[in-house]
Design a binder for this molecule. Sequence first.
Ligand code: APR
Ligand code: PHB
Length: 395
Amino acid sequence: MHTQVAIIGAGPAGLTLSRMLHLQGVSSIVLENRDREYIETRTRAGVLEQPTVALMHELGVGDRLSTEGMSHNGFYLRFDRATHHLDFHRLGGGHATVYAQQELVKDLVANRLSTGGSLLFDAEVTAIETTADGARILVDHAGTPLEITADFVAGCDGFHGVSRAHIPAGRLREHSRTYPVAWLGILARTAPTTPEGMYCAHENGLSVHSMRGPRITRQYLQVPADTDLDDWSDERIWDELALRSASDDHPELERGEIFDRSVAPLRSYVCETMQDGRLFLLGDAAHIVPPTGAKGLNLAVSDASTLSHALGAYFAAGDRSFLDAYSETCLPRIWKAQQFSWTLTTTLHALSDDPMDWQLRRARLGRWVESEAEQAALGEVYLGLPFPTRWNFTG
Ligand code: APR
Ligand code: PHB
């Protein structure tokens, strides 16, 4: 089987790229290790920047996003028992849209299949071989070996995928930071405590109070990195969420049925370069941000936009310059998102027992709530810096 672009992984990066290539008349095959139900139901974050939302509309996959996505002007911050709203929309225009990542994945999968695009589930890529003018991909497709040849390979296979290891160690410069904390995330049948998401900074650690609908909340607790979920009963989760979000200006958090729970580590990671010959890395395969600020999905979509533009230019006009510049085009925006996520992470989490650290964090939180200049700067990045390039499709 031959295709112009073999795409490994059907997460936001791979699926968005396949849609953009399709609209530019470039063929691709998406190879996904897991089954359809798994990728459409796994619980992930869900805050979309405005460039992400705008792109989904351009790609013709924004219908459900417009009706079911919740458009937010900013977020709430709570510390020292007081609640503050950071209204980024008022200062700079634009919105963030709360829409679960797996819902976007569902929309992209439905679109891919309804437009006759090739998308194989239970298709695990086991080996990648690249040469100067193409690539060969070996796949285990539900137990049957499959060989695909392609002009290019897009490694969209997440942090634990196989693509990144294909870049020779000598060419790869890895930047990595792990945090001594994780996020315990729940989905619960309760009404949100504030009309937009809220971060609470408390001496016991961060809590996050987000939502998925008028009666469904998505909430997180900072917990130690080695946390065992079995140690957290429903009651303990609610007690800790209530304690960290206690305030003098709002009623106590509503409690209800918890129907999904998980623990996820916090990590910052970037690999430079994001390309080698015919192979390009996108999304979590190339970089990880801690969840504070919810940048992961948006970076994956931004990479897809950049690569789609570069591949479009190559196949339409034989111009390889954008492909050659792919990594250096993506990296500045990725580093700005890393910096933003790191600032939010270190300001909102309790990462040390040193009282001076808490005073420094309080001072920064104080500036964020008192200064419109600080808010405007935060808002620019939270709502989404422009994507590095406009992709080719103009229809
Ligand atoms: N062969 C085929 N598919 C693979 C392989 C493989 N060898 N290894 C991994 N995959 C698949 C995974 O099953 C997964 O569905 O690649 C996909 C990668 O998708 P994501 O993890 O969603 O990564 P990405 O598209 O980069 O999106 C990043 O996802 O992890 C979140 O917070 C992160 O929001 C960010 C987003
Ligand atoms: C979410 O709604 O899942 C969410 C909100 C804010 C974050 C991360 C995730 O920082």
